[in-house]
Design a binder for this molecule. Structure first.
Ligand SMILES: Nc1ncnc2c1ncn2[C@@H]1O[C@H](COP(=O)(O)OP(=O)(O)O)[C@@H](O)[C@H]1O
Ligand SMILES: [Mg+2]
Length: 326
């Protein structure tokens, strides 16, 4: 792995979430990596998986001081690499990429243009239309209600965590719900899949691991399986390559009425169910770190694996909780 110094210090954000913790655990298994953990909340579990000197608090990703605080944190903690795992942090860090790279920190994040496409569900649908099946998608305010069939889906053009996603059952609902910043989208009635995709620095895909969520609790997949499907692997690869996403992303699709997979969205960051992909044989965070340093990645095979999940805990002193530096 062509990394410059003997040890690489990697700052992972979102240490309270499953994606952040999955990235931290993967990288912690590399003896040449020191993992640093950041979150906006001093109760975030992942902070306590690293030594006290490797923890810190950052402001919320959507607060005005976030990018400057992240930059200062990288300098103070002597981070070589910054890996964001929180949606709200991606655009601010992309905007600050110049300053971050100027202090010698490598940012594991898609280039601005690809990121902008992934974060805008209308632009994404247009950009991927030549590569994969995309559902009909229009701005709600400009849509002609009479031209739509129901059910349809209403969702924010920029959103996450299923916030604002709802089913529309009639012309009347479409007319009543029409709001700026919202899209109307063809309803996809079939099975939903997530495809975790790993690409090199230039966006050439080397692994696509489809997953099926068997059980979901509060939006988190608590049981699931990876599955071999040439159709879904090609779908994930084609969608990620269409917009040029490097490193780790997560392509979500659902089958249409005819059984064909169609694009729901792409998350341009590590997903929370990454442990299943890693257990299936593709250790995406470690491979992505190598790619960030310019390594050529060979194609990756995986083994179908099932995952059940449960809560775990760490016990720390109240002083630990109160003393995480901001
Ligand atoms: N066109 C659609 N047809 C059917 N279900 C959909 C459609 N779009 C979204 N959904 C459902 O809503 C969920 C959230 O939508 P998504 O576009 O992934 O937004 P978010 O960024 O909030 O995760 C999806 O996981 C899927 O279950
Ligand atoms: Mg989604």
């Amino acid at each position: 792995m062509p990394r410059p110094s003997a040890r690489t210090r990697v700052l992972v954000t979102g240490a309270g979430g499953p994606a952040g913790i999955a990235v931290m655990r993967s990288l912690a298994a590399d003896p040449a990596v020191d993992v640093l953990a950041a979150d906006m909340d001093n109760w975030a579990a992942g902070l306590y998986l690293v030594p006290p000197a490797a923890r810190l608090l950052l402001p919320a990703g959507d607060s005005p001081g976030f990018a400057a605080a992240a930059l200062a944190a990288c300098t103070r903690m002597r981070a070589d690499v910054l890996i964001p795992t929180v949606d709200a942090e991606l655009q601010p860090l992309s905007d600050a990429r110049g300053q971050i790279e100027a202090v010698g920190v490598r940012l594991m994040l898609a280039p601005g243009q690809a990121l902008a496409l992934a974060l805008d569900k209308l632009a994404l649908a247009r950009a991927c239309a030549a590569a994969v099946r995309v559902p009909r998608t229009e701005c709600m305010a400009a849509a002609d209600p009479a031209s739509w069939t129901f059910p349809a889906i209403a969702k924010p053009r920029t959103g996450s965590g299923s916030r604002g996603v709802r089913r529309l059952d009639s012309v009347a609902e479409l007319t009543a719900e029409a709001r700026p910043g919202y899209l109307v989208q063809e309803y996809l009635p079939g099975e939903e899949y997530s495809v975790d995709v790993l690409a090199d620095r230039r966006g050439r895909v080397v692994a696509a691991v489809p997953r099926l969520r068997a059980r979901v609790d509060s939006g988190v997949s608590v049981a699931g399986r990876s599955l071999h499907s040439r159709q879904l692997e090609e779908f994930g690869t084609a969608a990620a390559e269409a917009i040029g996403l490097p490193f780790i992303c997560n392509v979500q699709c659902r089958r249409d009425a005819g059984g064909e997979p169609a694009l729901v969205e792409i998350n341009p960051r590590p997903p929370g169910s990454l442990p299943l992909t890693i257990a299936s044989g593709v250790d995406m965070p470690r491979l992505a770190l190598a790619a960030l340093y310019g390594a050529e990645l060979p194609g990756q095979a995986f083994t179908e694996t099932a995952m059940v999940r449960f809560l775990d805990q760490r016990f720390v002193s109240m002083a630990d909780i109160e003393q995480v530096p901001a």
